[in-house]
Design a protein around this ligand. Structure first.
Ligand code: NDP
Length: 496
């Protein structure tokens, strides 16, 4: 910490302009940890392959708006090449002994750990998320998924006793920009453990960690074609999932694209897993441990700038404690450090892309126009890059857009309730059903509530906790199928 006396920047204002008399010294992570290739090819059949049309696109740093690298733009011929390579590789990989497949997965896990700093820096540069989150959450969890599924590769018949689990074949996987490496791990680890080969399309805004993962596959001596990575726009994702030689489709992203993929796959015998949007309720009852709940609510919505499908974007707080709770929350928001994602002290980084920033700003305006009360701490935002202040809305009614639509940004809407019954009704009053949280001191209250919340995941006295051993997935418009745990193997297997 550096003493600043009276010239304390307003970014350190506490609540209503009360300034604290010091500033954190900058603590930037080094960019030199990773060498970003200026031009990046597709990864097909174990080799770097230029896109057929020779076209490329740029990926940008959300914190500076500067280009980071050029990336190959696949066309439909490249989709076909990648699926053909995956099919060819499946002949060997699909019949390899489970213990042999496990060796490769363990190797990948270990390499991800060894290269974790490189991956963390790349993820932050390409995605805008704070380095402390890439370093402490995204990369360790990605490695943990490979460790976990490596353990299952030779035990499939024990996971599904009296069945004869067999791989499906070629999996087409399309992933979003909010957790690029982690979503890759969620998709690739179970698919490979089960004996499938994959073609993965990362989001165009964040392709770099997937392309670095291609390097990990080479380093692990993974047989060519077991993992293929193609980069390009959404239409390439659609061409991939529609390819006739694909056996299984897995998608994470918006509900709108999920619907389109559902239509493309309908009438075929392809397996389909969809992990889509959410509008989670984080419910704080009057007997909740307040300090923990404040931290949990903050983590629930401001982790990864709120660009999280399971973010706790609706705070349901019991009326009797609502006023002091919201006061404490405002105070806590004013201490969040917003800014350079590469700074190790940053809590809230950059919004991933300008379209997403525009959507968040539009919904904040809609909240104000519909009569909700806005609070944003007086922090200064960097002059360049796509940033939004942490935002808290009170006086929110359930009919407002901010209470109904997925914002996918650092915006929390506070709604009050009088009884647990009313809380459950309000929590379930959404077309989504991905996650929810309950904060209370009483175990019996937790059990009574969680069984009635229509959400795939319910956290009790915590939020946004992920573990490779536990299944994750939604109901209703949040999609179907589960990723993680033994459940996450099922979509990649034919049980005979
Ligand atoms: P999309 O659903 O459009 O993108 C997710 C992935 O799907 C990307 O790889 C994208 O490619 C690809 N894609 C886009 N169109 C198609 C298509 N027609 N067929 C197959 N694949 C396609 O999400 P956005 O990035 O546009 O974000 C929009 C909204 O979606 C956000 O505001 C947020 O509400 C929600 N969202 C939810 C996520 C979740 O985890 N549930 C994750 C991301 C977004 P490309 O990047 O090249 O367009």
């Amino acid at each position: 910490m550096v003493g600043r006396g009276t010239d304390t920047p307003s970014s350190w204002a506490l609540g209503d302009g009360q300034a604290i008399p010091w500033e954190y010294a900058p603590a930037p992570e080094s960019r030199d940890v990773v060498r970003i290739k200026p031009r990046n090819a597709l990864f097909i059949g174990g080799r770097d392959v230029a896109a057929t049309g020779g076209r490329t696109f740029a990926t940008l740093d959300p914190a500076t708006e500067e280009p980071l690298a050029e990336v190959a733009r696949a066309d439909v011929k490249d989709v076909d090449k990648a699926v053909t390579a995956a099919r060819k590789a499946f002949r060997g990989w699909g019949s390899l002994a489970g213990a042999e497949r496990a060796k490769y997965l363990f190797r990948i896990a270990r390499i991800l750990q060894e290269r974790s700093r490189e991956f963390a820096v790349l993820e932050t540069l390409d995605g805008g998320k704070p380095i402390k989150e890439s370093r402490d959450v995204d990369v360790p969890l990605a490695a943990a998924h490979f460790w976990y599924y490596a353990g299952w590769a030779d035990k499939l018949e024990y996971a599904f006793p009296n069945r004869q689990p067999r791989p499906l074949g070629v999996a087409a996987q399309v992933i979003p920009w909010n957790f690029p490496l982690l979503m890759l791990a969620w998709k690739i680890a179970p698919a490979l453990a089960a004996g499938n080969t994959v073609v993965l399309k990362p989001a165009s805004a964040t392709p770099l960690s997937a392309l670095l993962f291609a390097d990990v596959c080479r380093q692990a001596d993974l047989p060519p074609g077991v993992v293929n990575i193609i980069t390009g726009p959404g239409e390439i994702g659609l061409a991939l999932v529609s390819h006739p030689d694909v056996d299984k489709v897995a998608f994470t992203g918006s509900t709108a694209v999920g619907r389109e993929i559902g239509r493309a796959v309908a009438g075929t015998d392809k397996g389909l897993t969809l992990e889509l949007g959410g509008k989670a309720a984080n419910i704080v009852l009057d007997d909740a441990p307040i300090d923990q709940a404040i931290e949990g609510v903050v983590n629930g919505i401001f982790f990864n700038q709120g660009e999280v499908c399971c973010a706790g974007s609706r705070l349901l707080v019991q009326e009797s404690i609502a006023e002091p709770f919201v006061d404490r929350l405002r105070e806590r928001l004013s201490t969040l450090r917003v800014g350079d994602p590469m700074d190790k002290n940053t809590d809230v980084g950059a919004i991933n892309n300008p379209a997403q920033l525009a959507r968040i700003e539009e919904l904040i305006e809609a909240g104000v126009a519909e009569g909700a009360e806005l609070y944003q701490p007086a922090c200064e935002l960097p002059a360049r890059g796509w940033f939004v202040r942490p935002t808290l809305f009170t006086n929110v009614s359930q009919s407002m857009r901010i209470a109904r639509e997925e914002i996918f940004g650092p915006v929390l809407s506070v709604i009050t309730f009088r009884t647990p019954e009313e809380a459950i009704e309000k929590a379930n009053n959404t077309p989504y059903g991905l996650s929810a949280g309950v904060w209370t001191e009483k175990g019996s209250r937790i059990l009574a509530m969680v069984s009635r919340l229509r959400a795939g995941v319910v956290w009790a006295n915590t939020f946004n906790r992920f573990d490779p051993t536990s299944p994750f997935g939604g109901y209703k418009e949040s999609g179907f199928g589960r990723e993680g745990g033994v459940h996450g193997l099922l979509p990649y297997l034919d049980l005979g």
